[in-house]
Design a protein around this ligand. Structure first.
Ligand SMILES: [Zn+2]
Length: 374
């Protein structure tokens, strides 16, 4: 499907991405957010065969941008106080301020995630998404591909290697956008490259983002700790799902099916967090420490993928409801479909501690339909 798309072009294209990432005087993290959101939206919107879309609604990008900033706007706790991290060198940061306001309101009514906020405060949620959407259209979407030198001398002929950015500029009004929602129309192959190279690009984007936040915040911040804070999984909230998951898995490790010990169990992201951050219950399994420590960032093999895709859904809905945590089974399956479909033949897939299988794409094509919406 995608593995035969010309790899030479993909390498040249990846170079262009690295060029825009390597911006000397970054003034905000919004372009980085747009790039990560584009990668994620392409993985999320794969078609039945796992092919990435050719266009991405700006509204979908806004939803993902909200999700990216959501954990980042909480107070950054350190032993000597809790300074708020800054995402921009400017005093006002429309998107971040809006996300923080929504998060604070959501917290006051017991909602812990963007999905929870959407349920509990639908109007505020929609308004926030609308505001982010407009900001994306007016600012970073029009500037993302323009390297600094071009910005300085106002040249208009820089390479648009991701999407056509002419429709995006400060002249677009909220009213126009409401009447005619906009799409990001990707250049040929770009959606598939974003998904297949996402595993390489994501850590680079996160590193630039972490350093930018450290520099805007004027704090001596330990990079590893800050990066974990900005991009790590929400381990604290996930712990509350343990008892429900244990029951749903009949007390067995999801991977080896041995009885789970009383302590010593771990909540694992079935689709690895490093490939696509997804804390929804739909992406979580309970594993013993032996399996979890060995699987780490690997993709599970196709037998495990089949088992994961065939889990009885009703049980997990109850667990999610009880914990007040998003389930997002369909969405989690869509992500898996998009990512697995872009793995080349021969990819090592994790089967059990120390054992890998080699991806057989013919068999993968048989499994992919299990990941379709039901
Ligand atoms: Zn196990």
């Amino acid at each position: 499907m995608h593995e035969d798309s010309s790899s030479g072009n993909a390498a040249a294209w990846a170079q262009l991405v690295l060029t825009i990432l390597d911006e000397g005087r970054r003034t905000a993290t919004y372009k980085l957010a747009v790039l990560l959101a584009l990668i994620d939206c392409c993985a999320l919107s794969a078609d039945a065969e796992g092919r990435a879309p050719s266009r991405v609604p700006v509204q979908d990008l806004a939803v993902r941008v909200l999700e990216l900033y959501w954990p980042q706007v909480r107070p950054y706790a350190r032993h000597d106080g809790s300074p708020l991290l800054r995402q921009s060198s400017q005093p006002r940061a429309v998107t971040v301020d809006a996300v923080r306001a929504l998060r604070n309101r959501a917290q006051a009514v017991g909602a812990r995630s963007p999905a929870g906020a959407q349920r509990a405060l639908p109007t505020a949620y929609e308004q926030t998404i609308g505001l982010i959407e407009l900001t994306l259209v007016q600012m970073p979407l029009g500037k993302l591909q323009r390297p600094q030198g071009y910005a300085a001398n106002g040249a208009a002929d820089y390479p648009r290697f991701l999407y056509d950015d002419k429709p995006f500029h400060e002249g677009v009004t909220a009213r126009q956008l409401r009447q005619r929602p906009m799409d990001v129309v990707l250049k040929p192959n770009v959606g598939d490259w974003l998904v297949s190279l996402g595993g390489l690009l994501r850590p680079v984007v996160e590193l630039h983002w972490t350093r930018a936040v450290a520099s805007f915040s004027n704090e001596e911040l330990p990079e590893d700790h800050l990066r974990q804070f900005l991009f790590g999984s929400d381990r604290v909230n996930l712990r509350s799902l343990g008892p429900g998951l244990r029951e749903a898995q009949a007390g067995q490790c999801f991977y080896c099916r041995r009885p789970l010990p009383a302590g010593d169990v771990e909540i694992d992201h079935f689709v690895p967090w490093s490939r696509m951050p997804n804390d929804a219950l739909g992406n979580l399994v309970l594993a013993d420490r032996r399996c979890n420590n060995d699987k780490r960032d690997h993709y599970a093999d196709l037998t495990l993928l089949t088992r994961w895709a065939s889990r009885p859904e009703g049980v997990f809905g109850q667990v999610a409801d009880d914990a007040g945590w998003p389930l997002q089974l369909e969405r989690s399956k869509r992500v898996a479909r998009g990512l697995y479909a872009h793995l080349p033949s021969g990819t090592a897939l994790w089967q059990e501690p120390g054992v890998y299988t080699v991806l057989d794409r013919a068999r993968l094509l048989e499994v992919l339909p299990l990941l379709e919406a039901t």
